[in-house]
Ligand binder design. Structure first.
Ligand code: HEC
Length: 192
């Protein structure tokens, strides 16, 4: 009879024996999880997990500092514009055509590109990449008018860039050239 007394103690002893084992498993798993999270989920070791963040100029601009001269954006747009349009010359425009362009800019473009063409219109705020800032030095100096004409006509949504610049194919060639001239003028005021 007396030999039966230790029996109820057994489960307690077993539980006490499991506790260090549980802690050990936790100590081992926690760093493994942390490394997995930082490197694989966080993309430290596998950068191809986040290709978008690496190609989006806004993100690169933030990383490089607050001043964005637009050169990266211009370069990336030029990469998807057909080469043969780059040398297309701007035709001579009538003052009336420029006047129309000013009005069309206000109704069709300012919502994204902003009233002064700084890329800060309300509808552009959530776009990534952001609407082009026409005051950016790289836009003024390195974007050929022929490329700008092509982008306004065809947009950039159907190019590999897949950005938010819509196509304005319904405008006549003269209207588009006038818009090219107008936004270059707009941005030439205080280019930076
Ligand atoms: C829905 C928002 C939106 C509207 C409306 C819009 N744009 Fe854009 N635009 C963009 C975005 C976004 C970009 C940047 C595209 C990129 O970086 O791929 C852009 C880029 C551009 C560029 C730079 C490309 C180049 O080759 O010069 C020009 C010029 C431009 N837009 C002109 C216009 C004009 C002119 C209008 C009006 C007729 C207009 N946009 C209307 C969003 C818009």
């Amino acid at each position: 009879m007396a030999g039966h007394t230790p029996v109820p103690e057994q489960p307690t002893r077993q539980a006490a024996g499991r506790l260090p084992a549980l802690l050990l498993v936790l100590y081992v798993l926690l760093p493994v999880w942390a490394v997995f999270y930082l490197f694989v989920v966080g993309g430290l070791v596998a950068p191809e997990v986040r290709p978008v963040a690496r190609t989006v100029p806004g993100v690169a601009g933030i990383a490089a500092g607050p001043v964005e001269d637009g050169s990266e954006q211009v370069q990336e747009i030029l990469a998807v514009v057909p080469k043969e349009v780059l040398d297309d010359p701007m035709p001579t425009l009538s003052p009336a055509a420029l006047q129309t362009a000013q009005q069309q800019y206000a109704t069709l473009c300012a919502v994204c590109h902003g009233p002064e063409g700084r890329g800060d219109g309300p509808a552009g705020a959530t776009l990534n990449p952001k609407p082009m800032n026409f005051h950016a030095r790289a836009f003024q100096e390195r974007m050929p008018p022929g490329a700008t004409f092509w982008v306004i006509k065809h947009g950039l949504a159907d190019t590999p860039r897949r950005s938010g610049m819509p196509a304005f194919g319904a405008l006549s060639d003269e209207q588009v050239w006038a818009l090219v001239a107008y936004i270059r003028q707009l941005g030439a005021q205080q280019a930076r």
